[in-house]
Structures are given as structure tokens and as C-alpha cells.
Design a protein around this ligand. Structure first.
Ligand SMILES: [Zn+2]
Length: 196
């Protein structure tokens, strides 16, 4: 009898300890999201103000990888419908239609003659503050760029001043050039940084 009572005592003690610990854990888990959610909500709200990209399945692409073969021809996208999209564009994160690295049109005697544009990559979205279609020139506030003459027809009809719809990448294959990507059309063009 004594043994049974002792066993019962230990059983109740262990059970109550387990229940207490479980309760404390649940309370902690309940508290954590509430405590951390408030500061995290701010960047999410800031992002939601921006228009969601329509190109590339709604995602701003990562930078294109450099191609090791200088004679690698431009790659068109072959769609499941049988159509071929030869336009410089990004789809499913892949950069299509980039001219081959040794294309002579991109050779610049003095690459980055006007300096380098440092804030490039998928995390910087830009709004064009001014556009001069005659010069094929556009501004992000003070910094300005010229679009490659042969790429201008691809972007002449873009809605240049519709919002922060652009990202810029350093061209990994053509020294001295940058790629201006339109996050809605998914199309990109070659641009040169002209300074401030
Ligand atoms: Zn290029």
C-alpha cells in the first residue's frame, strides 16, 4: 500500500511538472510572434506600397551569370507553344537574348569613363525622374544613363515615368555596360552610366 501511494505521489508530481512546463512553453510560443511581428511588419508594409512586378513571374531576377565562352551566341527562349522569343528578356529567372560576349558593338575604349554606378542589383528599384527620347537618355534623380542606340527600339515605348519600375545590373559580359531591366515587361536593354 505504501509503495502504491509513493508511486501515485510521484506520478502526480511528474504529471504536474510536465503540465506546468508545457503551459510555460505554450505561453512563450504565443508571446514570441506577437513580440517580433510588430517591428517586422514595417518593411513588409513599405514593400506593399510598391507595385508588384509583372515580368518574370512577379519576381525581380538575380543578376545574370557571366558567360565563359566569348563566342557564345545569344540564346532565344523556346516557349511550350512553339513560339520563339528572341527579345532580350528574363523569364523564370533566366536571362534570354543577351548578345554574345564578343559582339564588337559593346567594345568601349575606356570602360566606366564616367565612373561606376554602385547601387545595382535586384534590391534597388528605381524611378525614372526624367527621360529625353531624342538623346535616348534617362535620369534617376541626378545620375543619368544613355541607352545603346541599337537597343532603343526595344524600350522606346516603355512607360518611363510610371513608377519605380526599374532595376539595374552590371553587365557581366560587356565591360562598361549596365543592363536596365523593366520589372513589368521583363525586357532589358544596355545602358551606359554617364555620371551625375
Ligand atoms: Zn551585355
Amino acid at each position: 500500500m505504501k509503495t502504491r501511494l509513493a508511486l501515485l505521489f510521484w506520478f502526480v508530481l511528474i504529471l504536474s511538472t510536465v503540465l506546468t512546463l508545457a503551459g510555460a512553453d505554450a505561453a512563450q510560443r504565443g508571446a514570441r510572434p506577437g513580440q517580433s511581428r510588430a517591428p517586422q511588419a514595417r518593411p513588409a508594409q513599405t514593400r506593399s506600397v510598391q507595385v508588384r512586378p509583372r515580368g518574370n513571374q512577379g519576381r525581380i531576377p538575380m543578376a545574370p551569370p557571366a558567360r565563359s565562352n566569348p563566342a557564345e551566341p545569344r540564346q532565344a527562349e523556346h516557349l511550350p507553344t512553339g513560339h520563339v522569343n528572341d527579345m532580350p528578356h528574363v523569364n523564370h529567372g533566366q536571362w534570354f537574348g543577351h548578345e554574345q560576349p564578343n559582339d564588337v558593338r559593346f567594345r568601349i575604349d575606356q570602360p566606366f569613363a564616367h565612373g561606376r554606378f554602385a547601387r545595382f542589383g535586384p534590391s534597388y528599384r528605381y524611378r525614372v525622374t526624367r527621360i529625353d527620347p531624342n538623346l535616348h537618355r534617362f535620369w534617376f534623380r541626378r545620375s543619368f544613363f544613355d541607352v545603346a542606340e541599337w537597343d532603343w527600339p526595344l524600350c522606346a515605348d516603355w512607360c518611363w515615368d510610371c513608377g519605380d519600375d526599374f532595376t539595374v545590373y552590371e553587365d557581366p559580359d560587356h565591360a562598361g555596360w549596365y543592363l536596365l531591366y523593366n520589372i513589368h515587361t521583363g525586357v532589358y536593354v544596355h545602358v551606359q552610366y554617364m555620371g551625375v
